[in-house]
Design a protein around this ligand. Structure first.
Ligand code: WTA
Length: 655
């Protein structure tokens, strides 16, 4: 399909009732961006005023990308409390304003809830006191394994109130994955719920947590929230959250935290090994989340903002909870999925709550596009002003559909490129300031200095109309500070390949106009429905099965998910391939990691293409998985070139 280029800075329509004047115009952007790069200390000192500090900072930026000394600090002598910034400071003006609109999985059987800032304050203080009564103190870790219910936000903010560090584990992860994360950060408490309703099904969260906790230290406590009231077993490490909150005091003074004290840990997949605990800290992260939320979505007081992500991912951290609440916004929290009870659910919720900014992932857009326009057209979407996309490159067909059918050509689309590691948006158009190009993330946000490097030499590629790997030249406040418990891994992963730069893991193109296009991961990370998955993780789950000798996992293009998981599996001697075994392996991976890691295609491989030194040639496996085996390139260095013929003959993805 031909791509359409939007030639006007959309949204720059002046202040009308429907369209307030954008926070940033094209001219502002150019000036502010130049200032942010020329003199970051002055720029960020000014932006630092967005937060309420207990003790104001005197130092702004103190960062080093120097090999052997990666050290990132922002506002380091300032002190603040995140929950006070997200709640208390709004009470005088917005005590009765809705902070969170909670939308249940099934709107036919349950009603939405509106939680005001005052009610939020009350619940967060109570939950903070409950955590304290379980022995949680400043610096302790709390794992949150909850459905998308208000208690998830209460729990996050309660941790920040008392200075505890939260680590959220997506409710779709298996007991094994949960257990590894509880142990990884040595958590004192796990907060979970009886069940997690999603798309009409219920995940037994409490029972998953019980299984996980079998492999954790005995003293780890489990705080259980009632969601469905379904039956669960009760052990003596369990505590009833609802009963304890009823009894708890609604007063809890916010603890003074240093700007560089850890705020949360979030485990994310990388190209090697098991997921790593990305650490974000208090001051820089909150400031960056708040600022990007306001400017990138052009959020104005009174707007209703909806990010459809789950709080188990970084998008939910920054753009459901921290960014919006720091700005005194009304944020929608959705428990369900885009297609339940029907494919009109997103649009029904937008109409019902008069959503102004809507932020979702290309995979959801493609799925809904496939369901047809009727589902969109029967709902009144006139409140929408800005649309957002995140998680993977958005293809022009999906972009155009989002623009034409959902936005009716009136809503700028912000295609935001960022990562768990970056805390907030890195490359993105700004509504009202950027001439949009479907599929491009376009421009750096303030303070972000992208560079394109030649992948093998690491040389900086200057000029426009060029391609390479995407690196960032200098620090920004939302940057991750370390890998939990392993600073060396942090240095090696992000600064090891290209000295002096932060390496994103993504490839990119800078076009003739200087706009950036993300071309996808250049490492062994795949992006399934906007969720990051390390191929190494899936491989290690597969080889943990008794019948599997070896496995190699690659991504392949998938119409809805963006990428699908393609697994080549070599069985142990004497094991016969069968459809039953294929099913068994699918279930196995689901149990080891979670449903999102289930291979879409499993090919039985008598052997894997390896170099003479034993290295698997993934390039070849990717090509075969893509059904593009004519251009395999040089296979002469393979130890046994014949295995390739077998893999081609039995390939699973035939288009
Ligand atoms: C990809 C999600 C193209 C990219 C916030 C990145 C994107 C990874 C975009 C991070 C986008 C995210 N265009 N690719 N707008 N947004 N990505 O850590 O490959 O779950 O490295 O963070 O998603 O995924 P993560």
């Amino acid at each position: 399909m031909k791509t359409k280029e939007i030639t006007q800075p959309m949204g720059d329509v002046g202040a009308t009732v429907d369209h307030p004047k954008p926070h940033v115009t094209a001219k502002d952007y150019a000036e502010m961006y130049a200032a942010s790069v020329r003199d970051p200390n002055t720029f960020w000192a000014e932006q630092g005023k967005r937060l309420d500090w207990i003790k104001p900072f005197s130092k702004v930026k103190n960062t080093s990308f120097e090999p052997g000394n990666i050290d990132i600090r922002w506002f380091e002598d300032g002190t603040l409390n995140v929950s006070a910034n997200c709640i208390d400071r709004h009470l005088a003006k917005r005590g009765d304003q809705t902070a969170i609109i909670w939308e249940p999985d099934d709107s036919r059987t349950e009603k939405a809830q509106h939680i005001t800032y005052r009610q939020l304050h009350n619940s967060v203080c109570k939950m903070a006191n409950v955590l304290r009564s379980l022995g949680v103190d400043k610096g302790d870790r709390v794992v949150i394994y909850l459905p998308m219910i208000p208690e998830a936000a209460f729990a996050m903010l309660a941790c920040t109130r008392i200075g505890a560090i939260h680590s959220i584990v997506f409710a779709g992860f298996s007991p094994d994955a949960l257990g590894a994360r509880i142990n990884g950060c040595d958590a004192k408490v796990v907060i979970t719920a009886d069940f997690a309703p999603r798309g009409g099904r219920e995940t037994p969260l409490k029972s998953n947590a019980d299984t996980a906790l079998l492999h954790c230290k005995e003293h780890v406590k489990c705080l259980v929230v009632k969601r469905t009231g379904g039956q669960t077993t009760w052990t003596n490490r369990d505590h009833d959250c609802n009963a304890m909150m009823d009894e708890a005091s609604a007063e809890c003074a916010p603890v003074e935290m240093a700007a560089e004290d850890p705020l949360f840990i979030l485990y994310t997949s990388g190209s090697t090994g098991q997921p790593k605990g990305v650490v974000h800290t208090t001051g820089g992260y909150l400031l960056y989340a708040a600022m990007t939320h306001q400017i990138v979505f052009d959020y104005h007081d009174g707007d209703i903002f909806w990010c459809t992500a789950d709080v188990g991912w970084v998008t939910g951290h920054s753009y459901i909870v921290y960014g919006p609440l720091a700005n005194g916004a009304t944020t929608v929290m959705f428990e369900g999925v885009p297609t339940y009870p029907d494919a009109g659910r997103f649009w029904e919720v937008c109409a019902e709550h008069k959503v102004n900014q809507f932020y979702t992932a290309p995979t959801a857009i493609r799925a809904l596009m496939g369901a047809g326009n009727d589902w969109v057209e029967k709902h009144d979407l006139s409140s929408l002003r800005v649309l957002g996309s995140v998680g993977e490159p958005i293809n022009p067909e999906a972009w155009n559909w989002y623009n034409d059918v959902v936005g009716k050509g009136n809503c700028p689309i912000v295609d935001t490129f960022w990562q768990t590691e970056t805390g907030g948006h890195m490359l993105t158009p700004l509504p009202g300031a950027t001439t949009l190009k479907p599929g491009a993330a376009q421009q750096p946000f303030f303070g972000v200095q992208p560079v394109v490097l030649e992948p093998t030499s690491g040389d900086v590629v200057e000029g426009n109309g060029v391609e390479g790997v995407l690196c960032i030249k200098d620090s920004w406040p939302g940057q991750m500070r370390t890998v939990w418990g392993d600073h060396e891994r942090f240095e090696k992963t992000y600064f090891g390949d290209y000295k002096g730069y932060y390496f994103s893991g993504d490839g990119c193109r800078r076009d003739e106009d200087g706009d950036y296009w993300i071309t996808g991961r250049v490492d062994d990370v795949i992006n399934v429905s906007g969720h990051r998955m390390g191929t190494a993780e899936v491989e290690s789950a597969l080889v943990a099965h008794a019948k599997v000798a070896e496995s190699a996992v690659v991504g392949y293009p998938h119409d809805v998910k963006g990428q699908g998981i393609y697994a080549y599996v070599t069985l142990m001697n004497g094991q016969e391939p069968s459809d039953e075994l294929r099913k068994e392996l699918e279930v196995w991976v689901r149990t080891e990691i979670g449903p999102i890691a289930k291979p879409d295609l499993i090919q039985w491989a008598p052997g894997l293409p390896k170099t003479r030194s034993g290295k698997i040639m993934r390039r070849i496996l990717r090509k075969i998985a893509e059904d593009d085996y004519d251009s395999l390139g040089d296979t002469s260095t393979l130890a046994d070139p014949l295995v390739v013929d077998d893999l081609i003959a039995n390939r699973m993805n035939r288009r």
